[in-house]
Write a protein that binds this ligand. Structure first.
Ligand code: SF4
Ligand code: SF4
Length: 107
């Protein structure tokens, strides 16, 4: 199964339908009744965590220092809901602690 993913959902990072159709052709039919799901983002509406094999579409953010206005929203979000590796420096730009990021698997 797959959620609606990137073709309709504003949260979708990947085309879940396309991936599910490709997987279906590769996997089925098979004698093991394996359950696979594809979710378009970490909200995981397709319940990938409950399947035999779950795929969750993610993005790897790229920091563009020239476009950063130093609002601190990413730092706040990182502190509250993620790995706490971001901080605002005295120039109003974002620093990422490379050691902490490495430990968090996010270098
Ligand atoms: S898992 Fe993400 S992309 Fe898929 S329907 Fe839910 S919010 Fe949308
Ligand atoms: S501080 Fe973070 S959220 Fe704000 S503009 Fe810079 S990168 Fe974007």
């Amino acid at each position: 199964m797959a959620c609606i993913g990137g073709i309709h959902c504003i949260k979708g990072n990947v085309n879940t339908q396309d991936m599910a159709h490709k997987l279906e052709k590769i996997i089925y039919p098979n004698p093991y009744h394996i359950k696979i799901s594809v979710a378009g983002c970490p909200n995981d509406c397709a319940k990938g965590h409950f399947q035999d094999f779950g795929i969750i579409g993610c993005t790897k953010p790229v920091y563009d220092i020239d476009r950063c206005i130093g609002c601190g929203a990413c730092v706040k979000k990182c502190k509250g809901a993620a790995t706490r590796v971001l901080s605002l420096n005295d120039k109003g730009k974002v620093d990422k602690d490379p050691a902490a990021a490495l430990v968090a698997g996010n270098a």
